[in-house]
Design a protein around this ligand. Structure first.
Ligand SMILES: [Zn+2]
Length: 257
């Protein structure tokens, strides 16, 4: 009875240990042992490689994670430091702003006080200047009035010429007196005016045309007042004398008519 080879399936004799064609062992265990060993070896190798690969991947992943976490932590730390610095800067700015506010309000108060002081001085100087110009107007009006009265008196004297001799000579002498006072007064007035002009010229030279402070204006007004006080007093005295002479003239005229 024939049997078939385990390896090539050809017909071989009964009891044959090996196939005479392909050389395969007809013992099942022997025949498959090589394959099983090779399979096991391959399995072991693959398992080993697989483990190695997985292990490598896990380690890699761990390393990656560690690096990533480290980087993130570093970034976060950096960010925190930056924020802390910014906070510190903001605090410094806030302190600076507080100091500035305190300083500027202090400065504003000082400025306000100065302004008030300057305004006071300017007002005072303005009042003084106003008084001076009022005085000036008053003098001018007085002079005009006197001039008119003088010319009226002259007319009267001329008209009354044909009157009695004593009255006429008295009137003539009074007229002379009046003219003398008038001329003295004119001299004083022109003195006052020339003194003012001189002072103004010297001020102009001193300041060089620059704007003048209220202080300076007040000072100048005072200077002018002091410089012309004597003349002004004399003018007032002359006014009194002129009035007296005029009264005499009108008395004579009233008595003769
Ligand atoms: Zn065979």
């Amino acid at each position: 009875m024939a049997k078939h080879c385990i390896g090539c399936k050809r017909e071989i004799g009964q009891g044959q240990q090996e196939c005479y064609i392909c050389g395969s062992s007809q013992n099942y265990i022997r025949y498959y042992l090589k394959s099983v060993i090779v399979f096991i070896l391959l399995l072991v190798a693959m398992t080993w490689l697989g483990y190695g690969y997985i292990d490598k991947r896990i380690n890699q992943a761990k390393r990656d994670n560690t690096i990533q976490a480290g980087l993130e932590m570093q970034a976060a730390t950096k960010k925190i430091r930056e924020l802390e610095q910014q906070l510190e800067q903001v605090n410094v700015q806030v302190q600076q702003a507080e100091v500035n506010t305190a300083q500027s309000s202090e400065a504003a108060n000082e400025e306000k006080l100065k302004l008030v002081e300057t305004e006071k001085r300017a007002k005072k100087a303005g009042e003084r200047a106003g008084w001076l110009s009022k005085e000036n107007r008053r003098f001018k009006a007085k002079i005009k009035e006197l001039t008119e009265k003088l010319s009226a008196a002259k007319t009267v004297v001329q008209v009354r010429t044909p009157q009695a001799a004593p009255t006429n000579s008295q009137l003539a002498s009074l007229k002379q007196e009046l003219a003398s006072y008038e001329s003295q007064k004119q001299t004083l007035v022109s003195n006052i005016s020339s003194k003012q002009k001189q002072l103004e010229a010297s001020w102009q030279q001193a300041s060089g045309g620059a704007p003048v402070s209220p202080d300076m204006v007040a000072q100048r007004a005072q200077q002018l007042e002091q410089a012309t006080a004597g003349e002004k007093n004399q003018v007032l005295l002359l006014d009194g004398q002129i009035e007296a002479v005029k009264k005499k003239i009108s008395d004579i005229e009233g008595g003769s008519s």
